[in-house]
Design a protein around this ligand. Structure first.
Ligand code: SF4
Length: 259
């Protein structure tokens, strides 16, 4: 399956499960998924093999022009937005001009909707880069992916396409000094004859141990909402998500469920 892909640089505004009325920014090529991961549950479908990618990222100027056009139109209609969210067809921080795009976005947000939050949904794989980290800290909310506390499940569930370990990602997350939100997707999958289950009690113990070290402002917990690239993958029930959220709260952290 090709997954759910965006055709534009700016999309929405949409009512988001997590962020209210959110205007989306897709920094990736239109109709093509680009990511450093290839998560089994990705609603954009499988990541395009390197050899087939067009790599035609929208330029900084195009992004700025499109964003301003949309913000102006929303403002002239007397409507509002709660957030501008970097999301779209993959991992936004891999855009070659991500730092300048962030500068432009902050400037435009301040001009049109100063109370709107700038949000980055990221898998965290670029947080080893100090410039990208600096740009990310200009956002109001960085929602960083942490689906597991074990290398084994990380490799199977997130399926990284670059050389990176969970340990490296966690070390980079520490540099945010707790000023971020963790996003964790829970699921159970049967893929290539193996069961991958990040709701397993042993998995939860490792994940909670890392959360206690990272001390994020918030842990957001959710499950699959759209079709995934593989068929043998399960949505986790609200009851199980609630039990997991309770464990996060018992560890002294704030949790929110989006089911
Ligand atoms: S990190 Fe996000 S965009 Fe990338 S493969 Fe995973 S779910 Fe898809």
């Amino acid at each position: 399956m090709s997954g759910f892909l965006f055709e534009q640089v700016v999309f929405g505004p949409i009512r988001s499960r997590r962020l209210g009325i959110s205007l989306g920014l897709n920094l990736l090529p239109e109709n093509e998924k680009h990511c450093t991961f290839n998560c089994l549950y990705c609603e954009c479908g499988w990541t395009m093999p390197k050899s087939k990618r067009r790599m035609e990222f929208p330029s900084r100027d195009i992004i700025k022009t499109e964003l301003e056009k949309r913000l102006k139109a929303i403002s002239e209609k007397g409507s509002f937005i709660d957030a501008i969210t970097f999301a779209g067809n993959g991992e936004p921080t891999i855009h070659p001009d991500f730092c300048n795009v962030m500068n432009d976005t902050v400037e435009l947000r301040n001009n049109y909707f100063p109370t709107a939050k700038i949000v980055v949904l990221s898998n965290g794989t670029m947080t080893n880069n100090i410039e990208i980290r600096k740009a990310m800290t200009m956002a109001d909310i960085n929602m960083l992916k942490l689906d597991t506390g074990t290398e084994k499940t990380f490799l199977k569930l997130n399926n990284p396409l670059i050389k990176i370990s969970l340990e490296e990602i966690i070390e980079n997350y520490k540099k945010f000094n707790g000023n971020f939100t963790v996003q964790t997707l829970f699921t159970k999958a049967n893929y290539k004859g193996e069961i991958i289950d990040n709701t397993h009690p042993d998995e939860l113990i490792s994940w909670l141990k890392i959360l206690k070290i990272l001390k994020p402002k918030l842990v957001t917990i959710y499950t699959i909402a759209r079709e995934a690239p593989i068929s043998e993958i399960e949505k986790i029930s609200p009851g199980v998500l609630q039990q997991i959220a309770k464990k996060v709260e018992e560890a002294g952290l704030k949790a929110e469920i989006y089911s």
